[in-house]
Design a protein around this ligand. Structure first.
Ligand code: ZN
Length: 134
């Protein structure tokens, strides 16, 4: 597969409203988009950092995977997302053939109109890994 850059870092927060002042007033980033991804039970806020982004993830209900993540590990880095240039489905096939456990067998719609798929953290040296394409 051909990965061109880190598309974004996903950070789990209990409240976007409580987290934003730190990112905007201290680090000086600008939040340019907040959207809810119903299917993932998450509300997301995006901030640009140079050529990449921070994605804040807030659970929309207690059975959201983000709620469970925060319950188990507290707020913090949740996943890393790589931009794939030659197709996420191709990358998934390649990972599958190399014995990497997949969470998603095919791409699905994510925030910002991206097509995304996750690799299992048990197969990726402990880091939940998202592959995405525009
Ligand atoms: Zn993400």
């Amino acid at each position: 597969m051909k990965i061109s850059k880190i598309e974004h870092l996903g950070i789990a927060v209990t409240s976007i409203e409580e987290a934003l002042p730190y990112y905007e007033n201290v680090l000086g980033f600008k939040c340019y988009n907040i959207e809810t991804v119903e299917e993932q039970k998450v509300r997301t806020a995006f901030l640009k950092v140079g050529d990449t982004k921070i994605e804040l993830l807030e659970p929309t209900c207690p059975d959201s995977t983000i709620a469970k993540f925060i319950e188990n590990r507290g707020q913090g880095i949740h996943h890393i997302a790589y931009k794939v240039e030659d197709g996420v489905n191709n990358a998934l096939s390649e990972c599958d053939s190399k014995g990497i456990r997949l969470i998603d067998k095919a791409t699905r719609g994510g925030a910002e109109g991206l097509q995304i798929a996750f690799l299992h953290p048990k197969a990726t040296q402990g880091v939940l890994t998202e592959l995405c394409e525009e």
